[in-house]
Design a protein around this ligand. Structure first.
Ligand SMILES: Cc1cc2nc3c(=O)[nH]c(=O)nc-3n(C[C@H](O)[C@H](O)[C@H](O)COP(=O)(O)OP(=O)(O)OC[C@H]3O[C@@H](n4cnc5c(N)ncnc54)[C@H](O)[C@@H]3O)c2cc1C
Length: 419
């Protein structure tokens, strides 16, 4: 795949497939942020951890995403408070800030060179959204004492964006952005240093029993606990959780490197940018000054044959001045969304843990999920339970990859964006 992240990452270690039988305390399936962070946090607590990855480390969304590390959850805080009450809402908010801090701490503790930058901007693509953005800020300031956020009126937008396509914005100074694959490889190295055993090209085919016996085509791991960290790539591995997530493909392009003058004119504060569309556009500058622009998704197996041509029109609606700028890379990835856009965590039969459904907010939340599950497996499960007890709905159709009602709904909201 034609990914800028792959092209701009240094060589990384590779790992042989599982061959034979092993015993561990914890077996983890999937080596994205969820699996790597779980492995690292558990190994630091002294557990013997084996991580099985069907492809290669960070093959999934963790090696392909926008790299935005936002505060909050993927539901606005007023809504969370209305639905789940003040206490749960405060816990979720605090955990969301801790998630961003956890990313920062891991980067600093393990010297991860991943083009880390600060600030995130959320832009209103219709005038009607501005009031909502302003009210959100007032709510966060008053109820959560969160003051790292500022409303930018239309007459000040030039300070943060070189585009006429928007009407107002939230500027969140506590959010971050980074090179997602370099970050994942940093977590990988930290996990290996902490003693985690990793096998690539080792797709888990089945598991059963207590302790759980986890089987690949060429071997098996017997472990006390199993963590499913497969997110949008889980396919049919665990039927009990299938209906709670829907896989979505989302696409990104990277331009040629831009001059300092052009890049500053597009994003004067070098922040991560996203807009209020249902199918959001999101973008930022890379470490070598390319515009990394995500926009456009589909709800079926397979990516469009021309990803550059699929995403570029969305970029040009924001920045028509880039009409003659070359697009060097185009790629896609699969993420899992839930019905209410909050993560879906839980425990099956006491010793099978699932962490997924970050709904486009997984860079901080999947990293934090690893910390939470390590905490829970070590006996302190209160915070994990807050997440696991959030009510989750099942998608119409029930089973993964069989959700015509949901696809119709997504297409309807996507169409509303254009009106
Ligand atoms: C294009 C795109 C842009 C995004 N942008 C952002 C963003 O800017 N900010 C943000 O916060 N989030 C973003 N996200 C979401 C974020 O990337 C994900 O939520 C996060 O990476 C999920 O991490 P994960 O480890 O749970 O899953 P993944 O990184 O997807 O990893 C799952 C792994 O499980 C493996 N696997 C699956 N089945 C098996 C099996 N049976 N046996 C062994 N291994 C298996 C897969 O091969 C894969 O490597 C984006 C996602 C995409 C696709």
């Amino acid at each position: 795949m034609d990914s800028y992240y792959t092209a701009s990452s240094p060589a990384r270690p590779s790992f042989k497939p599982l061959d034979g039988e092993e015993v561990a305390d914890i077996c983890i399936v999937g080596a994205g942020y969820t699996g790597l962070s779980s492995a690292l946090h558990l190994a630091k607590r002294g557990y013997k951890v084996v991580l099985l990855e069907a492809e290669t480390v960070a093959f999934g969304a963790s090696g392909r995403n926008g790299g935005h590390v936002g505060t909050g959850m993927n539901m606005d805080q007023q809504d969370i408070e209305r639905r789940f009450g003040r206490e749960v809402a405060h816990s979720l908010w605090n955990m969301s800030l801790e998630a961003v801090d956890t990313v920062k701490e891991l980067i600093s503790d393990h010297d991860i060179d991943c083009d880390l930058k600060y600030g995130g901007v959320h832009l209103a693509h219709k005038p009607g959204y501005c009031k909502e953005l302003e009210e959100d800020i007032a709510f966060l300031q008053k109820r959560y004492n969160f003051n790292d956020i500022e409303y930018i009126h239309r007459n000040r937008l030039k300070e943060i964006i070189g585009s006429d396509a928007y009407y107002g914005a939230q500027w969140d100074k506590a959010s971050l952005h980074l090179h997602p694959l370099k970050y994942a490889v940093g977590l990988l190295k930290a996990a290996v240093d902490a003693g985690v055993t990793i096998y690539e090209h080792s797709r888990v085919q089945s598991y059963s029993g207590t302790p759980v016996v986890v089987k690949t085509a060429t071997g098996q791991i017997t472990a006390t606990d199993l963590i499913l960290a497969c997110n949008g790539y889980i396919e049919g591995l665990e039927p009990k959780i299938n209906g709670y997530i829907m896989p979505i493909n989302n696409f990104i392009i990277a331009t040629e490197p831009l001059s300092a003058e052009v890049s500053t004119s597009l994003i004067p504060k070098d922040t991560a940018m996203e807009d209020s569309r249902f199918v959001i556009n999101y973008w930022k500058l890379s470490g070598d000054n390319r515009l990394i622009f995500g926009g456009g998704e589909n709800y079926r197996r397979g990516f469009p044959s021309d990803i550059k041509g699929f995403v570029q029109p969305n970029m040009l609606k924001v920045y028509p001045q880039l009409a003659n700028t070359q697009i060097d890379y185009g790629w896609g990835g699969t993420l899992a969304v839930t019905l209410n856009r909050l993560p879906h965590f839980g425990r099956i039969n006491g010793n099978i843990w699932h962490l997924h459904g970050y709904s486009g907010h997984g860079v901080p939340t999947a990293t934090f999920a690893g910390k939470l599950v390590a905490e829970a497996i070590s006996g302190k499960h209160e915070r994990f339970d807050i997440m696991a007890n959030l009510p989750s709905g099942r998608f119409p159709g029930g089973t993964l990859l069989r959700w015509p009602g949901m696809v119709a709904g997504m297409l309807y909201y996507a169409m509303r964006d254009r009106i």
